[in-house]
Design a protein around this ligand. Structure first.
Ligand code: DC
Length: 220
């Protein structure tokens, strides 16, 4: 009876700030939070570590069907190992958009995502939360921002962490991932028909959170 559990879906392209917004909205409402991208990242890291070729759809699917990640106090454990940081590397990010095109992998991760819907409610962030996984959600938000703005946000984040970054390369990389995410045959990135589209290029985090909470008040 997951349909009765209130769900807010938050979809959008890479680095659109969905994760931050989803977490804040979940916190404000006391809801659970599903980072569906993390599941695709875990499936990819697992495949890379086990030497599964990224062009072998059947092997990728079989590996994804065995996944049993544990989410514990903000940390992610895979076969007992903390992979919270490892799944965020640029290498895993790039490989994940290739693994995410495999229909069998998407099917394998579907149940894990559905199971995240628990009382008192869920905020789910990803690419196909509103279109495929939670099509009955009473509030669906599709967040956009130009590739340049998203690359600048990512750039500031990396520099802030003391890492090096190249703005042009980040922009190109995001455009490439957008292209793969939106042109794939299965569950491509696109707004659900009844999604509220929000361009956050000129908006701050607080402003976006307020807007989503306002929509939630109107939707429920
Ligand atoms: O949101 P993210 O950057 O962590 O997502 C990582 C990759 O996983 C990205 O290439 C898109 C893919 N993804 C997906 O296909 N479907 C989802 N629901 C979430 C992420």
């Amino acid at each position: 009876m997951t349909d009765r559990i209130p769900v807010i879906t938050l979809d959008g392209p890479a680095a659109s700030g969905k994760g931050t917004i989803a977490e804040r909205v979940a916190q404000a409402l006391g809801f659970h939070y599903l980072d569906s991208g993390a599941l695709y990242r875990i499936a990819t890291l697992n495949a890379l570590r086990k030497g599964v070729p990224l062009d072998d759809a059947a092997a990728l699917t079989a590996a994804a069907e065995q996944l049993a990640p544990v989410f514990e106090g903000g940390r992610i454990l895979l076969e007992g190992e903390d992979v919270t940081t490892a799944i965020r590397s640029e290498g895993v990010s790039a490989a994940t958009s290739r693994v995410a095109v495999v229909p069998g992998v998407r099917a394998a991760l579907f149940a894990l995502q559905k199971n995240a819907a628990r009382h008192p409610g869920l905020v789910a962030d990803g690419r196909d939360m509103g279109t495929v996984v939670f099509p009955d959600a009473p509030l669906k938000v599709f967040m956009t921002a130009s590739a340049r703005v998203r690359a600048e946000r990512r750039y500031k984040q990396l520099i802030g962490r003391g890492e090096t970054a190249d703005l042009e390369a980040l922009t190109r990389d995001l455009e490439e991932r957008d292209r793969r995410d939106s042109q794939r045959a299965t569950a491509p990135l696109r707004p659900a028909e009844d999604a509220k589209v929000l361009d956050t290029s000129e908006m701050g985090i607080e402003e976006v959170v307020k807007k989503v909470l306002l929509w939630w008040d109107e939707a429920r």
